[in-house]
Structures are given as C-alpha cells and as structure tokens.
Design a protein. Structure first.
Lengths: 328, 120
C-alpha cells in the first residue's frame, strides 16, 4: 500500500486550488487525482465567458480560467498529478482504491481533500410524467456533447429550468443552428442571472415561460412534443392554460447536487436531503483530516468562490498535517 | 423626440438596471450603472450592440475533438450568426495555446477567433 501525505481527489477548479494552496503552505507531498484525461473539470465544457471577474478581474471563458490553474499546477513539481485515475472506493482511515490505466492500487492518505464536484438533477427527480423516449438530456450532458464531443443532441428543443446552465445552453443551441422553442420555468421569476436572460434568451428571441411547467413528455422512440401549462403559487396547473410544443429534444436544467458517495462509503456523515457533508465549519467533515471543498461541499454560484474556499481547504489540510506531525 | 429605454447590464453578474434616454439612435444619458463598464455597455447597446462570441472549432488530428474559441474582442450582435457560419467551416489542424489565432480577422471585422484552451 502506497502512503501519501496529502491526496486530493478531483482535478477541477476546487482540487487544483486546494493542491496549490497546500503546497504553498508547506505540504511537501501532494498527490492530485483526476479521472478525466485532462485537468480542469467541468470548466473545460463551459466555453462561455464570465468566469474570473473576482479572482482575475477579467471575464474569462471556462477553459481560460482552468488553464491559469493548470499552468500553475504543472509549474509546481511537488504536486504529482495522475490523470485517468478513478477512485473506486474509500474506506475508514483514508484508505482508497484507484483504477488507473488497467491497474488497481491502494493508497493511504494522511490527509484527504475531496474535490469531487457535483452532478445534475434529473428528469426522474422532478417527476415529469410521460413516455420514455430518446431525446431527454440533462443540460450539462448536452453541453458536453456539443462543446467536447462536437455532437448535436437534436434540432428542436424545449429547455426545462431557467438556471444559468439552462439559459447558457439555450444560447449555445441557437448559435449552433438549433431552434429553442421555449425555456419553461416553474418559478414566477428567472432562476439564473438577469444578464443571462438578456444575452442568452432575448438576443435570440427565445420565449421564457415563467410560472409554467412541463406536464407531460410525448413520444414513442424519440421525443415528439411536451405539454406545458401555467401554474399557480402552489405549482398546480391553472385550468385552460395547457398548450403543446412540438420538439425532438428536452433539456432538463433543474439544479445540481454535491457528489459525495465516496465519503459516505467511509462513514463520513452526509445530509440525506442536500447530499452535502455534515459540517461544523467550511470544508470540514465529521472525520478528522478529511476535507471536502468546492461544489462537493455545497453547490456554488460562481467558480471564483470555489477557488477562494478551496485555497482555504489547502491551508486547513496543511495545518492538520502540521498539528499531527504528519502521522495519525 | 427623446424616449427612455430600460436595459439590464450584462457586464457582470450584478446585472444593474440601466435607464437610457435615447434620441435619434443616440444615447443622451445613462442612469443606474454601478461602474464605468455599465455606462459604456448602455451606450453601445443603444448605438451598436456588441457581444463577445464564444464557441468551438472542429479539431483535426489533435488530442481533442473540439477547440474552444472566442472572439478577441466584441463584434456586432447582428453578425453573430454570420460569424458562426464561418467558424463552422473552419478546421483547427495545428496545436494551439491559449490566445493563439485560429481564424484571423473574421468577416473583416478586425477581430480574430482565438483559442481559449491549449490543445496539443
């Protein structure tokens, strides 16, 4: 079994900031694990601009924001980066198994920072009735298909949810020549930033239906239409407001949940409702020396705040290691 | 005859509500901005709306399928789809670093399409 001083799981903005900060605060041995082939995490598929206004006083795209940290990590020889490395389990005592290029290995970390990010809520979680045709995607998956894989998931879209990801995808689809027929939002106000309503919807004349919900998804093999209706304050359908929108694809953009299955395996307390770690103070968990930072700790609005709080996680881990003299 | 136009600033997440007095297509005065960029945005939005375009270019023979790109500066909003049509025809065949030009002077607008990610 390999013994390491500090292991960070996840090479997105949270993991990279934590690694840089831990190194800066004197941790000699930092191992950063990333399951993808590249560092950067979700920023790589967020090709739109607007990141870094706080950290860099510039409006950067996601890949540009990531690249600043990737350069710093690469320029820090004491941070060992392993790409294509998937952590399959986590046991008490900060012992975990990773799969990497066909090899299985076990590592024990003296301190551990989990920077595993979050995942999207799904159609099932908001319980939209209807058939189960092809053509229902989470917005982030569609974003990955278009921006990373170069694939268009459909031609005529209805977007459920007016969070920033939904709004940004509505613009992205329009730029790529698709027809976005509507963004449907159950709340009486847009959930995403006002600037995104202007530059993502208004610029492309995409209708935003507030206080509306998708009641039904139709289609046999492929999505054919959705039924939409206005709802009252309790979310119930208002009579005689139902209409149908023909489309071949539905994007679901209804929020994110922290990804914390690994720490749950190790017996760390996780709130069943929010999937956030139960925590006394920022980045701390119920297990000493096991930290969670970034969107795995709680879902943040902007990446600049993830960077700020994950720098702190690196310092916290360094302090922990200094206090226990690098031993358990 | 002047008229009053309400805008939402898109320069940062704050999204200030701007009020612009407009006469014959010119912004006479701007109120509600929280910083200089908001004032500049309001004037441009009335006189010639511009946007930064971000998208992707198909890569050939490189380590990823798509190279993320942006315009090196703002372009007229009404040319976004024209720019997209040209970008769709382009292929990135050379390795790029962040900021490298992928398409020079797109549509003759004096703005380049630049890579936003290092692709080897």
């Amino acid at each position: 079994m390999d013994e390491r001083e500090l292991v960070i799981i996840g090479g997105g903005p949270a993991g990279m900031a934590a690694a840089l900060s831990a190194r800066e605060h004197g941790v000699r041995d930092v191992l950063l694990l990333e399951r993808d082939r590249h560092l950067g995490g979700i920023l790589n598929q967020c090709v739109h601009a607007g990141f870094g206004l706080v950290q860099f006083k510039e409006a950067l795209t996601g890949p540009e924001y990531a690249s600043r940290f990737i350069q710093s990590v690469r320029g820090t020889p004491d941070i060992e980066v392993r790409l294509g490395c998937f952590v399959a389990d986590l046991k008490p005592g900060k012992v975990f198994t990773c799969l990497s290029h066909g090899n299985v290995s076990t590592i024990r970390a003296r301190a551990l920072i989990m920077a595993t990010g979050c995942r999207e809520r799904t159609r099932e979680m908001i319980q939209i009735p209807g058939t189960r045709p092809a053509g229902v995607f989470s917005a982030g998956l569609a974003q990955k298909m278009i921006n990373i894989e170069g694939l268009m998931p459909g031609r005529e879209f209805v977007v459920i949810g007016s969070g920033d990801i939904g709004l940004i995808m509505a613009r992205r689809l329009s730029l790529e020549g698709a027809h976005v027929k509507a963004v449907v939002e159950i709340q009486p106000h847009p959930v995403g930033l006002k600037r995104n309503v202007v530059q993502c919807l208004d610029d492309f004349a995409i209708p935003l239906y507030l206080s509306h919900r998708v009641l039904f998804i139709h289609g046999k093999d492929r999505v054919e239409a959705v039924d939409v209706a206005q709802v009252d304050e309790s979310g119930s359908e208002i009579a005689d407001t139902r209409f149908s929108l023909a489309c071949d694809t539905v994007l679901v953009s209804v929020g994110l949940i922290p990804e914390n299955e690994l720490i749950e395996m190790a017996g760390v307390e996780v709130d069943r409702h929010t999937n956030e770690p139960v925590s006394s103070d920022l980045n701390y968990t119920s297990v000493h020396g096991l930290f969670v930072c970034g969107n795995a700790y709680r879902v943040y609005d902007i990446v600049d705040s993830v960077t700020r709080d994950s720098f702190l996680a690196g310092l916290q881990a360094a302090d922990y290691l200094a206090e226990c003299g690098g031993t358990e | 005859m002047s008229r009053t136009v309400g805008l939402t600033c898109i320069e940062c997440p704050t999204g200030c509500a701007l009020t612009v007095v407009v006469e014959e297509g010119k912004a006479l005065s701007v109120e509600g901005f929280g910083c200089r960029r908001g004032r500049d945005y309001a004037i441009a939005e009335i006189e010639c709306p511009v946007r930064i375009l971000t998208t992707t270019v198909v890569a050939e023979g490189l380590s990823v399928r798509m190279v993320p790109v942006r315009t090196s500066g703002p372009i007229p909003r009404e040319r976004l789809m024209d720019a997209m049509a040209e970008i769709r025809q382009a292929r990135a065949q050379k390795q790029v670093r962040v900021g490298d030009v992928v398409i020079a002077d797109i549509l003759g607008l004096g703005v380049d399409i630049i890579a936003t990610r290092e692709v080897l």
